[in-house]
Design a protein around this ligand. Sequence first.
Ligand SMILES: NC(=O)C1=CN([C@@H]2O[C@H](COP(=O)(O)OP(=O)(O)OC[C@H]3O[C@@H](n4cnc5c(N)ncnc54)[C@H](OP(=O)(O)O)[C@@H]3O)[C@@H](O)[C@H]2O)C=CC1
Ligand SMILES: O=C(O)C1=N[C@H](C(=O)O)C[C@H](O)C1
Length: 265
Amino acid sequence: MTIRVAIAGARGKMGTEAVHTIMNNDGMELVSALDYKEVGTSLGLLEEFPNHYEVPIYTNFVELVRETKPDVLLDLTNPLCVYERTKQALLHNIRPVVGTTGFTEEQLEELQQMATEKQLGCIIAPNFAIGAILMMKFAKDAAKYFPDVEIIEMHHDQKLDAPSGTGIKTAQMISEVREAKKQGHPDERETHTGARGANYDGMHIHSVRLPGLVAHQQVLFGSTGELLTIRHDSLNRGSFMSGVTFSIEEVMKTNTLIYGLENII
Ligand SMILES: NC(=O)C1=CN([C@@H]2O[C@H](COP(=O)(O)OP(=O)(O)OC[C@H]3O[C@@H](n4cnc5c(N)ncnc54)[C@H](OP(=O)(O)O)[C@@H]3O)[C@@H](O)[C@H]2O)C=CC1
Ligand SMILES: O=C(O)C1=N[C@H](C(=O)O)C[C@H](O)C1
């Protein structure tokens, strides 16, 4: 069966790459794109893919669903709009695959409940790169032995959310095996607000934003006389594409919400 995919965020850094990945996949068909403003009526892919029809662009989700009948909505957009659209997709029985980050824990819970009620697959993947997933798994393992941990995530300077979805997911995974604890000196205080970064169960997450970076993270564990560093670098957005393909295939086989690819690889 060919999986019919619609995409939101097709013109973005991730979206551009994902469009090519889907167009080159024999098991998938890119049937439509969702935009939020009128910027043209097609993605202009005919030169590169002359045997394909122009992929139509919609600004109205209901129309997109009615006219192009996607199985899956791939969302690579913006933390401000992703929650409402993911809900809308589930309501219309479209399976969301979401790479967009910035969900609150309450939003994730609500979507989980909705997917379960609808018996519909939904994948929310804070990071599609296999190396990043392994980094998070290894960090979770290491935290059993090294409870003192700090996370440094580093991204390009166009990123809207901080900490990154990967940084938060790493802290959540570590929290599953580590008692919440306050790190550092009990009397420490910030002389400049934010110096110690975000705090998740006592773990500090530091966000670096610089031009030239893509997506990088190190998880630092400290103990008596030793330091363990687990690091992952995405050097380009190609690193995310096998995870995108995998998620589109997997979301068709499940009837619940999966938050994080570590649960299915
Ligand atoms: N899970 C993963 O592995 C990865 C996740 N990400 C996440 O994916 C998201 C996109 O990243 P990236 O491609 O770098 O960002 P970009 O800003 O390059 O792309 C976002 C795209 O979404 C469009 N957009 C914004 N708002 C809406 C809306 N309401 N409806 C439809 N489209 C909209 C933007 O249009 P316009 O520019 O015109 O506003 C833009 O084309 C981010 O949340 C990022 O954190 C990124 C990399 C990997
Ligand atoms: O915005 C990005 O670029 C990325 N976002 C995701 C995140 O917030 O963790 C995944 C990856 O780090 C790239």
